[in-house]
Design a protein around this ligand. Sequence first.
Ligand code: C2E
Ligand code: MG
Ligand code: MG
Length: 672
Amino acid sequence: MEPTSVTAQDQRRAGLFRPIALLLLGALIMLVTTCFYLLSQMDSSARAYEKAVVTNSWQRTVDQYGEALRSLAHQSDAAGHFARGDGRWINQTIAAPLRTMTGANGITLRTLAAGVTPAPRTELTDDSVALVLTAPLGAGARTNTGLMIEATIPMDPGLTRQFADHHHLTNLRAVPGAVVPKSAVGIPLTDYRGQTVAMMAWTPSDPVRDLRARLPAILMFFLSLFGLAALYFMRQSSTIASDLIASEARARHLAFHDMLTSLPNRAMMFDRLRQMLAMSRRYYGETAVHCLDLDRFKEVNDLLGHHAGDELIQQVAKRLTDLCRDSDTVARLGGDEFVILQPDTTAAGASHLAERVLKLFETPFELEAGAVEVGVSIGVTIVNNPEIEPAEALRQADLALYGSKDAGRNRTTFFEPDMDAALRMRRALETDLRLALANNGLDMVYQSQMDTRGHVGAMEALVRWTHPEKGPISPSIFVPLCEESGLILDLGEYIFRKVFEETATWINMRVAINVSALQLRSPMFMAMLTRLVAEFRADPSRYEIEITETALLGDDGTTRDNIIMLKQEGFSIALDDFGTGYSGLNSLKRFAVDKIKIDRSFVHNLEANDEAEGLVDAIVKLGRALKLDIVAEGVETEHQRDRLAACGCNNFQGYLVSKPMPASEYDQMHFG
Ligand code: C2E
Ligand code: MG
Ligand code: MG
């Protein structure tokens, strides 16, 4: 795993935490301001409420006093006592109860004419505040004097204490003027004109005082709660952040490494190669690129399963990394392809490493499913031109690898510029071939098969290509080229078309058509063929499909289905180049082959050794036992023909009988 430096990790974590810390701080400031705002709101509304309550209570109290005075003054003999100036009675019967009730000292009473000034009211006398109440003196019409009694009740500490005690007010007092002292609140007391002459002031109660006093403690509590939450949160986020960083590192690792082996992948390999080439630009030294491809890996996968395949790949990776130096790079490009980058080396150094890699594969690999032996094909290019692109270097090594495979695997091939030239030539040929297919540039020739009595019962169709510049090119060169480049299906269809068209009028003449193994492996093959049969109204019983033994090898389902369908359609099957492949009796029987064609190498050898005769003899006997037609290919001499006839082979194809000829020539011979 790529190490992420500690400071970098811390920085990333700090980057994650900064916004969280800011958020927490903001929340805290908001909390404190909200607290203070709410407190002041509570304060002012508490005061307004208190004032309203006090105003109302004072009003009621004044009413009560008034009511009391009225009932005292109502006494029927009151007027008489007042008229007589009976101070004792007045004091005892009216003033004393009022004093008791209001708590005020020095209440003065006097009589006056009704309706002089309205009461109740507040008055100022010598800077002291008094409440003035009135009531009619005496009761009943008989004793009604029309006089009023006026009580002046000083709002002295006696009165205010009583009221304050009653209403739980602090420091209540009546102050002259319309202003309340600082830090006090008050309600106005008005004179007979309704003007404020004094204030009843008191120190406002402070319902939130407790709260305010406790606020620091509450805030501290919340602060620590916040702090704890933040701490917890940070720890959580720290774990999350670490996980994030780790999974990011993992993702980065995955982006540059192969999952199965943890080796560098293609992307990283290219990166390293680029670096190595840059280094070799600055310093001396060449870089070797080794492309490795396991031989028979597919078999391991197919026979033992993917798990065994994976296990094998892992073991190969381990052996390679153990073998290489730290300065080398062992990468896996996928499948069974590996690359070794060997910096600062020479051709000899690269060759030495490749030898050792080949040796690694001499020891079998111990898999769970058992020991397996696989080889490796290696292609090497030595990059001595540091300006070369990494992709080009890899391509060269890959080309050399194909050289190793072509030459029989389990070996090393070094890239040579010739390979490039050969590849370029093949590419050019491929392009030309495409053109020829599109422009009707390929022709068919037909070669006769004759029996011992000189009768020609069949002709083999063979394709011919005359390149506009290079002249005739053998099908043994361009047919494999088509197989490699995917053109084979097009070529196959082209040939069927041509043959059906050219041989449509032939009478009593079977025509053999060669079909490549790759064509038979295509699920589209039969659809194409039946379409053409319909199009040309061809009679399948007149046609023989020549397949090679390799087509039967591997025995894949599609090939078998195609062969069965060919037979159902009415085509017969000939096994071409018989004796060179591996098909045994089994496949001959299973695929219901109708004919075998003895390969021309056996025929050729009939001249040279007797052993060949024994082989041909055996093949003929086998064919006969299976009731197959037998044809010998490449019969050039009478000697060969006689020997073949002696072995029991009665059909011959070869230059002795006839060279392949165009259809027009055949038509001329038969139809004039
Ligand atoms: P093949 O099917 O075994 O064809 C027989 C080859 O032997 C032909 O070579 C033919 O010209 C050659 N030959 C015939 N008589 C003699 C002889 O007496 N002596 C010698 N030495 N050779 C003789 P050709 O036409 O060059 O074809 C080579 C191979 O290319 C064919 O072998 C076949 O495998 C493939 N091929 C040819 N035409 C087609 C085709 O239309 N389709 C496909 N798929 N393959 C074809
Ligand atoms: Mg053939
Ligand atoms: Mg042949």
